[in-house]
Write a protein that binds this ligand. Sequence first.
Ligand SMILES: [Zn+2]
Length: 493
Amino acid sequence: MAGETVVVCRIEHETNTFSSLPTDRAFFADTGLYYGADVVDEFEGTNTDIGGFLRVADEHDWEVVPTVAATATPGGIVTDDALTTFVDAIVDGVEEHDPDGVLLGLHGAMVSEEHRDGDGYILERVREAAGDVPMLATLDLHANVSDRMAAAADGLFGYDTYPHVDIGDTGEEAARALAATFAGDLDPTVVVERAPLLPPLPPLQTAIDPMRSLLDAAAAAESATAPDISVFGGFAYADVAEAGFSVVGVTDRSTADATRETCRELADEAYEQRTGFDRDYTPVGDAVAEAATWDADVEGGPLLLADMADNPGGGSAQDGTVLLEALLDADVEGVAVATLVDAAAVDAAVEAGVGETVSVELGGKVEANGDPLPIEARVRSLSDGTYRNQGPMSTGMQVTFGRTAVLEVDGITVVVGSHRQQPYDPEAFRSQGITPERQRVLVLKSTVHYRAGFEPFVGGIREVDAPGLCSPDLSTFDYEHVPRPLYPLDPDA
Ligand SMILES: [Zn+2]
């Protein structure tokens, strides 16, 4: 006899409201859009939320109804056309199969044209269709958790790591809570407590304090009646009323008051530790000077320069040229860069062909992140820019940069893709025939996630303060909607 029927889905977008690049259905299709049975084919066995849901579903012999898995690289506001199309696919699945439970993989910082709290909208629409069955969702550590989300869901489970290497575990956690609910051992609900904090991305990494000790304390407070307590750093580049730091508990209704008290204490502790989220970054000039003389043999590996503000994983354009231009101006050689996005430059490289020389104005076309860089480069290789992650994060998941060219200019090798995608896995180089361990200097368009795959073999890491829409200097953004006061925007919050 088959077990319970469970609808499974994923709609994930982290919206940078300062970006001018709209996120439409075509962009989801470019970076990751699957329907029906294709969802299972794509995610089974991967370190992802759906991968985790499916592992537990197998154990319990649930009848899984896969509906939609829509993921787009973070960027500007999501079109209502895209959002309602995906939500309709879930609602259709729920109405057709009348499930016993629903598992959703969400991000928690989606903003659409009409719905500033996109995830609250998704959860309310699915709740309306599903009625009073358990509905549990996973969220990114960078979720801006709203009261509306908490009211609509019976459980919100956050990733406990940044880099996010536990996405699959989080999916399993949510699915195990669903199994406990089916068994009558849990009557879940959500409690949310907040702190007036909105840290930028780099200090939210979970290997270091304050996040390390906050997460340890949250894990120590979990129990059978409070199966998950999550610490959410928030997402500072979504200018919404819900933005900010929160501690969220999934708790049995009978112990909700005690769980809320635990979350309150952790939120207060986070605020006490607020100056721990302040961090120093490396100016471009200092990074280039160090790169010029870096000896990878002596230092135990390449110098990794994180072009952290131009991280598409937080919604940046990924075509910033400030750091690359400075490296070229200083004649630094032995450098490999992943991945700069410029579809026109890729087209020119395809036109010229492998082994030929091409003249392009590279990057700098979308945001105030440097000027287009006139270069003469040799086309080293061309590809479809697609690979599966081999590193610890989202292991096994396919990512694609679209048509991709590797260009060589004055001792610097630049991987140039056609659309935005964060190069956090060493496959970003290896799939292009570049061995990252053998480079003297690596440049990555990534803020923190690269650490999971690259830390094991690099000799040093510098978080370089070049411009971009993920700049950790939040005072450079014009906020209109975030709740004030908030630290560090307001030092006396
Ligand atoms: Zn995240």
